[in-house]
Ligand binder design. Structure first.
Ligand SMILES: NC(=O)c1ccc[n+]([C@@H]2O[C@H](COP(=O)([O-])OP(=O)(O)OC[C@H]3O[C@@H](n4cnc5c(N)ncnc54)[C@H](OP(=O)(O)O)[C@@H]3O)[C@@H](O)[C@H]2O)c1
Length: 361
């Protein structure tokens, strides 16, 4: 039996993870959390004793003694659980990319001390993990992250001036929570994934390429030094990377259909439009500057996306807010979690100031 804690159990990933767990009798749910949605019904349905709505999940995790923590919380709020699992050496199935982006150095150090498994649940990183597994670092030329391009692929800046929240939430290939769906529309999601891949695999951001691939069938690629490239393919369905992480290394079966190659599969790739989707180059810049600039990028983006979803900021204002915050943030490296929380708070304050200027204008 493998004891599984699902944090963010009421969200898009959390719900699909519950489906995966239900399919496998060797997976036993031991803890569930949410931000504010009541969990009584889910806890009763799944016979889970340890549940928590909001607040710090550490006491719950300690009491539940999971073998695997699936962190599917959205945003910086996932950080406590990420660092706890890494430090304790408990297997971390990580969907919450924001915590790894913000806490890159602290997470790497905690992972080294704890010595447990860190299994990415993001489909691109799960793909990269599988293509990289067992390979010597010197044989790796570079990583290639694929991006669907989101609902606004091919649009110009002028065409994005008046897009609505509903437009941004209409993702062409993935059904996800609202924050990551907006991030996919701005390409901040790919920016966060670039930074996440850097932390997970220790590859410099200059050697991580992003390519637009509208059908989302190729989940990512690894280029090797001999000119070969390894790709991971499959229909876009998060149950595959969730199941991979929860049943690793057994690779249990799922209900996801096999690729139908005979039906004709066209794989198209194109370069991202970096002028229109500025959040992608801004993420690269944050990664190159290092320190707590990735944390500031993430915090400013979270504030700006929330403001966009509330109707307080136009779509293009999200990138403008993040750019302003990166220009003003101190970016000093974080020695510990207190430093990191302070850097996150500073960036959120700067972002709120930038939003107040938009409101006045
Ligand atoms: N959805 C995908 O296909 C996908 C793919 C790759 C990676 N991811 C990543 O996975 C994470 C979750 O995404 P999602 O799409 O599943 O998001 P979502 O549908 O919005 O769900 C978020 C979950 O986090 C909980 N939550 C929110 N704020 C919280 C807080 N302050 N403390 C504790 N829990 C909190 C929510 O609880 P409430 O119900 O109470 O709000 C909900 O259970 C994100 O980091 C995202 O980038 C998602």
């Amino acid at each position: 039996m493998r004891r599984v804690a699902i944090l963010g159990a009421t969200g898009s990933i959390g719900t699909q993870a519950l489906e995966v767990v239900a399919r496998h009798p060797e997976l036993e749910l031991c803890a569930l959390t949410s931000g504010s949605t009541p969990l009584d019904d889910l806890a009763r349905e799944h016979g889970v004793e340890h549940v928590q709505v909001g607040g710090d999940p550490l006491a719950l995790l300690q009491a539940a003694e999971p073998d695997v923590v699936l962190n599917a919380v959205v945003g910086f709020a996932g950080i406590a659980a990420t660092l706890w699992a890494l430090e304790a050496g408990v297997t971390l199935a990580l969907a919450n990319k924001e915590s790894l982006v913000a806490a890159g150095d602290l997470a790497r150090a905690a992972h080294a001390r704890g010595g447990g498994l860190l299994l990415p649940v993001d489909s691109e990183h799960s793909a990269l993990f599988q293509c990289l597994e067992g390979r010597a670092p010197e044989t790796i030329h570079s990583l290639v992250l694929t991006a669907s391009g989101g609902p606004f692929r091919g649009r110009t800046r002028a065409e994005l001036e008046d897009v609505s929240v509903a437009d941004a939430l209409a993702h062409p290939t993935w059904r996800m929570g609202p924050k990551i769906t907006v991030d996919s529309a701005t390409l901040a999601n790919k920016g966060l994934e670039l930074l996440e891949a850097h932390v997970l695999f220790g590859v410099p951001v200059e050697r991580i390429e992003v390519v637009v691939h509208p059908s989302s069938v190729v989940h990512s690629l690894v280029r090797l030094r001999d000119g070969a490239a390894l790709a991971h393919l499959g229909y876009p369905d998060m149950r595959v990377p969730i199941s991979f992480a929860l049943t690793y290394p057994d690779r249990a079966p799922t209900d996801v259909p096999q690729l139908d190659l005979a039906a004709g599969l066209t794989l198209e790739f194109e370069a991202p439009d970096l002028d229109t989707f500025a959040l992608l180059p801004l993420a690269r810049e944050a990664g190159e500057r290092g320190g707590t600039f990735p944390c500031a990028y993430n915090a400013a983006n979270e504030v700006a996306v929330a403001a966009f979803l509330d109707g307080r900021l136009p779509f293009l204002g999200i990138a403008e807010t993040v750019e302003e915050v990166l220009a003003a943030a101190s970016g000093s490296p974080a020695r510990d979690l207190d430093d990191l929380v302070a850097a996150d708070a500073e960036a959120r304050r700067l972002a709120e100031d930038a939003l107040a200027e938009v409101a006045v204008a």
